[in-house]
Write a protein that binds this ligand. Structure first.
Ligand SMILES: NC(=O)c1ccc[n+]([C@@H]2O[C@H](COP(=O)([O-])OP(=O)(O)OC[C@H]3O[C@@H](n4cnc5c(N)ncnc54)[C@H](OP(=O)(O)O)[C@@H]3O)[C@@H](O)[C@H]2O)c1
Length: 254
């Protein structure tokens, strides 16, 4: 028996990085997947890879800032696979990195819309489908940024990621009675294209690695494994948590 046999999962941010690794891992573990992101071509290539390996996946390209997209992802899970068990609301952007006095309202809002409101839209429409199922697991990808570490120029990103931790606590209490678990996953620095958005200095990865007790960044699959735990029955009594998979950066003072 695999960890997600018989389960149906939505993963956003599946075209790249952590979401891409999670899609491949969840599929290997038996989940049937509805994959989301804006890049249609990359999603289609991933679906081909998963189905080519005898997995089951479909993809809908769209923007998590659009509430109708959240509805479409859930309707696809219900129509194609007959229900929904897991919502991995993982899509995110680093946003414009600039000191707060230079941050435009538009840039602030775009980061919040993508990282926080997009996750809210996901949960809002996933939870009713999980109530019908009598159980479910909602996961938000938060971050060590805004939790363990503050970085200059990242006010909007930090606020959005801390906001997910707060929303997690409320939704966990709101829907525990429905058998629905809600958790935030807080990755440490992870080797994905987002690191290039953080800094175009080729040595940025080395500098980020230093923040971690393990003195390296995570590979996306290592974070996907933590998401798999939260998605699976192995985490049956885990809800309302801000679960770190951070290589020890929250306990490191350098
Ligand atoms: N990498 C790290 O060090 C790190 C650490 C802690 C937390 N995180 C969080 O982990 C999550 C995944 O990031 P990653 O590191 O895997 O970065 P990534 O490789 O840049 O992936 C980001 C994903 O989000 C999708 N996305 C962005 N904006 C979107 C939108 N408006 N609508 C739909 N999809 C959107 C992207 O797809 P499209 O561009 O195709 O839309 C992509 O699939 C993010 O929430 C990030 O904040 C990352």
């Amino acid at each position: 028996m695999r960890a997600l046999d018989g389960k149906v999962a939505i993963i956003t941010g599946a075209s790249s990085g952590i979401g891409y690794a999670a899609a491949k891992l969840f599929a290997q573990e038996g989940a049937r997947l509805v994959l989301g992101a804006r890049s249609k071509d990359r999603l289609e290539a991933l679906v081909a890879e998963i189905t080519g390996a005898n997995g089951s996946a479909t993809a809908i390209a769209g923007d998590v800032r659009d509430e109708d997209y959240a509805i479409e992802l859930v309707e696809t899970a219900l129509g194609r696979f007959g229900g929904l068990d897991v919502g991995f609301n993982n899509a995110g952007i680093i946003g414009e990195m600039v000191d707060v006095q230079h941050m435009t309202a538009e840039a602030w809002q775009d980061t919040l819309d993508t990282n926080l409101t997009g996750a809210f839209f996901g949960a809002k429409h996933q939870i009713p489908a999980m109530i019908d199922r009598g159980a479910g697991s909602v996961i938000f990808t938060s971050s060590f940024v805004g939790h363990a570490i503050g970085f200059a120029g990242m006010a909007s990103y930090s606020a959005s990621k801390a906001g997910l931790v707060g929303m997690t606590k409320s939704l966990a209490v709101e829907h525990g009675r429905n058998g629905i678990r809600v958790n935030s996953l807080l990755p440490g620095g992870t080797a994905t294209p987002m690191v290039g958005d953080f800094s175009n200095d080729p040595s940025a990865g080395d500098a980020i690695a230093e923040f971690h007790a393990l003195k390296r960044m995570a590979q996306p699959r290592e974070i996907a494994q933590a998401a798999l735990f939260l998605a699976s029955e192995a985490a049956s009594f885990v809800t309302g948590s801000a679960m770190v998979a951070d290589g020890g950066n929250s306990v490191t003072k350098i």
